[in-house]
Design a protein around this ligand. Sequence first.
Ligand SMILES: [Zn+2]
Length: 263
Amino acid sequence: MNESVPPIKVHHHNQYLISFFAGREPGKRHAEERNWVDDSAIKLGTAMYAIHRGAEAIVYDTFTSVPHAEFVRFYLEKMGIRKFSVVLSHWHLDHIAGNAVFDDFAIIATSLTRDALVRYKADIEAGKVWGPPSIAPLVFPNIMFDDHLEIRVGDIDLDLRRMNIHSIDGCVIYLPKDRLLLAGDTLEDPLTLHDRGGEPRRSRQKPQGNAELGCHQDPSTSRWPKAGSFPSNPTARYTIKISSSCTTTGKTRRCRSTLAARS
Ligand SMILES: [Zn+2]
């Protein structure tokens, strides 16, 4: 393991679900100068998940750096896991920075996630999207879906659904057996709705948006829960409801999904 990796808290939630959390506590900095890993992702705190059965695991996101992702892979390999699949929650850098650690396996994402990474590849590899550090080489997802994809690890079904929350390309994982939702950044602390669209983080001076990604949001109203649509009390309890309508044409099943939060 790379010695520069900040502390990672590992928690086994049940027999098949593990979280790896880094952040919100002092640790060795990635770099002296201000950078998005130390001063944004790790400061806020971020997690990577593994759903495992036998020698196989599906990991949700690849953390904020290659060393973080290597920690997770080594940890799982020590458990006897030999086959991995990655599911990316969205294209933001703190969720895809360790893709290279899993470049020998399937990396699944929405088509919009791949589109965004292809579009910003040069800037991501040059450290120009959120500033340094760069992510190079950037490894793209190699299996894409539009709205809905069902996958399985052992006897555990995973229902992948695209959600236009936080970012237009979001992908959440629903485990119907246990009615468990891995929400990625669609659910933050307390609950935020926004899309940074590649602009400098924390910029609230100009309207955010990315016409190519279909986002036109005003940061003065979109970064925080909107009165009337979501409760603004950070101590409120939220429940998530998923509903969907599906149609089957030949062998293709397409689903439109909605995600709702309420206090
Ligand atoms: Zn994000």
